[in-house]
Design a protein around this ligand. Structure first.
Ligand SMILES: Nc1nc2c(c(=O)[nH]1)N[C@H]1C(S)=C(S)[C@@H](COP(=O)(O)O)O[C@H]1N2
Ligand SMILES: [Mo]
Length: 267
């Protein structure tokens, strides 16, 4: 019974995002964002995304446990990269990330390029979840962001696509100058389309009600609840939809997967 109640509450809040859409269209008309074709496309996809999410919940789709604001950890350990090096990222920090773009391409009908401001004006979801790192620590945090499903619907995933790959701005042991995105040291991750379309999978921009800070992945990070911490790519700048990932970096679908971790990291 409590589960049904919670599901109904979620559906109610998702119906609310339909109202948010109306609000967004108004802002959109009066704003310079009319320039952004990508933004317009995502906004147009919002209604279909709301219906798909409702279907998922009504069909009894599994949600990760969500917590109360009072459960939020006082300290959430930053892990892995605390600050991507390099002049490019430093410039983005100085500029307050106004020129950061999230590119979405690969097996899609409409490649997208969105600014952080674009993402902040789209329907959002907030959730308080527990993050589990393979190193043996956990922390509870609150996340707000755009459901990845909405972005994928807007981009129009092509038949034959199976995975979503996330490329990050940090380079852990390669030399950024030599390799760029395909260098073995570039942090990247991938998830299957089912996890990518899950209602709790977000491109998050806020943590505990404040813009993501640099140690936790500013300006954008992935939240893919029900999976281990290393899947939650920070500093995301490029999302690519692919049929397989064997030709990418070490071929195992992620920075740590190329170093022996499991690709499917269910909690
Ligand atoms: N780009 C990038 N993403 C990353 C990492 C990283 O080093 N670089 N570390 C991963 C690991 S192992 C964990 S546990 C989480 C840590 O997120 P946090 O720093 O917000 O705690 O980010 C994951 N995402
Ligand atoms: Mo981790």
């Amino acid at each position: 019974m409590p589960i049904i109640t919670r599901r109904q509450a979620l559906i109610t809040s998702l119906a609310g995002s339909g109202l948010l859409l109306t609000g967004c269209s108004k802002i959109f008309q009066a704003d310079s964002l009319t320039e952004s074709a990508s933004f317009q496309r995502v906004l147009a996809a919002a209604q279909a995304w709301t219906r798909a999410t409702q279907r998922f919940l009504l069909a009894g789709g599994e949600m990760a446990r969500e917590y109360k604001p009072s459960d939020i950890s006082h300290y959430f350990k930053p892990n892995g990269t605390y600050h991507p090096g390099g002049a490019d990222y430093a410039r983005h920090v100085d500029e307050g990330f106004v020129n950061w773009r999230l590119r979405i391409d690969g097996m899609v009908r409409h490649p997208l390029s969105l600014s952080v401001a674009d993402l902040r004006r789209l329907p959002a979801r907030s959730q308080i979840t527990r993050h589990d790192c393979v190193e043996g620590w956990s922390a509870i945090g609150g996340w707000t962001g755009v459901p990845l499903a909405l972005l994928l619907r807007a981009a129009g995933v092509r038949a034959g696509a199976k995975y979503v790959v996330f490329y990050c701005a940090d380079n852990l042991d390669g030399e950024a100058a030599k390799g760029g995105e395909q260098s073995p040291g570039q942090y990247y991750e991938s998830v299957g389309l089912v996890d990518a379309m899950h209602p709790q999978t977000l491109i998050a921009y806020d943590m505990n009600g404040k813009p993501l800070d640099v140690p936790h992945g500013a300006p954008l990070r992935l939240r893919v609840e029900r999976q281990l911490g290393y899947k939650m790519a920070k500093y995301v700048q490029h999302i690519q939809i692919v049929g397989d990932f064997h030709a990418i970096a070490g071929g195992h679908g992620g920075y740590w997967e190329d170093r022996g971790y499991d690709w499917y990291a269910g909690v």
